[in-house]
Design a protein around this ligand. Structure first.
Ligand SMILES: NC(=O)c1ccc[n+]([C@@H]2O[C@H](COP(=O)([O-])OP(=O)(O)OC[C@H]3O[C@@H](n4cnc5c(N)ncnc54)[C@H](OP(=O)(O)O)[C@@H]3O)[C@@H](O)[C@H]2O)c1
Length: 298
């Protein structure tokens, strides 16, 4: 599809800041060991910015924060027009010095603030809610210092959020979780709505990429035909139509541009429900499998 001059809608966070509804990730396919810079990652990120992505999703663990910063500078887009996320690594040296970890990330990116800083996962705390609460209190200080405009979490389940909500001064603005029809986490979305915590979805296209051959294939194909898009874009829309922002990525300009078509149509409520119902017939978790049992749908 030709380049579209589309503006990406925002999701308003509980703190009043706005996050673009689609983000370009510098993890998964771009994840690397520390070492030489990945020029392809810099180039792809620059291309993503050029075609219209303003929300960039990084993390300390991806080892691509330098690439993220380089791509921003090469793009010549003013910093304030971009929404940059990074995430606190689970390693003890990061968890035991959260301000130091953010400073290290900012230095790698060559930035003086992030729009969103996330605790990458709750699993470092091994179920100890006081450790989660202490980490969150440090996140609040980073927000107060202006180094992170918004603060949030990733991979948190209800019990982890409950722990933070018990003692927080500022609630997590957003929780970034693996979300697609084959991993709906029971009533976790409804729980977020009840607590006014927004959700963003990573791995949103999993049913057509990593779990192809499941019960949704035929229905996704028929909706893709109806809306003249790709099945993966129907999955992005399934998130967006539930007020969930999506984090995706691609190495291909064509796909980056195609995915922005999701802002030209909506699924009907019945189609969203039908995808959810069919999706529940199958379970597939693509990430953090070392933490969860094979049949754990939480
Ligand atoms: N917080 C966390 O724990 C966590 C975990 C995982 C990911 N994330 C974030 O989420 C971002 C996106 O995650 P994701 O990669 O899982 O997103 P995704 O949207 O599910 O998948 C995108 C990937 O699938 C490939 N792809 C897209 N359509 C395809 C198709 N039709 N056939 C085959 N391959 C296709 C793309 O490759 P090409 O287009 O290059 O071929 C790209 O590598 C990551 O970069 C990271 O920032 C966060």
């Amino acid at each position: 599809m030709a380049k579209l001059d589309l503006s990406v809608p925002d999701l308003t966070l509980p703190d009043g800041n706005k996050i673009p509804m689609i983000g370009f990730g510098l993890g998964t396919a771009w994840f690397k060991k520390p070492g030489a810079k990945d020029e392809a990652c810099i180039q792809a990120t620059q291309t993503a910015i050029k075609v219209g992505y303003t929300h960039l999703d990084g993390a300390e663990i991806y080892n691509t924060e330098e690439e993220l910063g380089d791509a921003i500078r090469a793009s010549k887009v003013p910093r304030e027009k971009l929404f940059v996320t990074t995430k606190l690594n689970d390693s003890s040296d990061s968890i035991n010095d959260i301000p130091g970890a953010l400073d290290r990330s900012l230095k790698k990116m060559g930035l003086d603030y992030v729009d969103l800083y996330l605790i990458h996962s709750p699993f470092f705390a091994k179920g100890d809610k006081q450790r989660l609460q202490a980490a969150w209190a440090e996140m609040e200080q980073l927000a107060a210092a202006g180094k992170a405009k918004s603060i949030g979490v990733s991979n948190f389940l209800k019990e982890h959020l409950d722990a933070i909500l018990e003692t927080c001064k500022v609630r997590p603005a957003i929780n970034q979780i693996e979300l697609h029809p084959y991993l709906q986490h029971g009533d976790l979305l409804a729980y977020h709505r009840s607590k006014d915590i927004k959700v963003s979805a990573y791995g949103p296209q999993t049913p057509v990429i990593r779990a192809k051959g499941g019960p949704l294939d035929g229905y996704l194909d028929s909706l893709a035909k109806k809306y003249a898009v790709n099945p993966g874009e129907i999955l992005l829309r399934w998130c967006l139509d539930q007020n969930v922002a999506v984090i995706t990525t691609s190495s291909k300009e064509q796909r980056m541009s195609d995915m922005l078509r999701v802002f030209t149509f909506s699924l009907t409520p019945k189609e969203v429900e039908e995808i959810s119902d069919i999706g529940k017939q199958h379970h597939f978790r693509a990430f953090w499998n070392h933490i969860f049992d094979a049949n754990d749908k939480s």
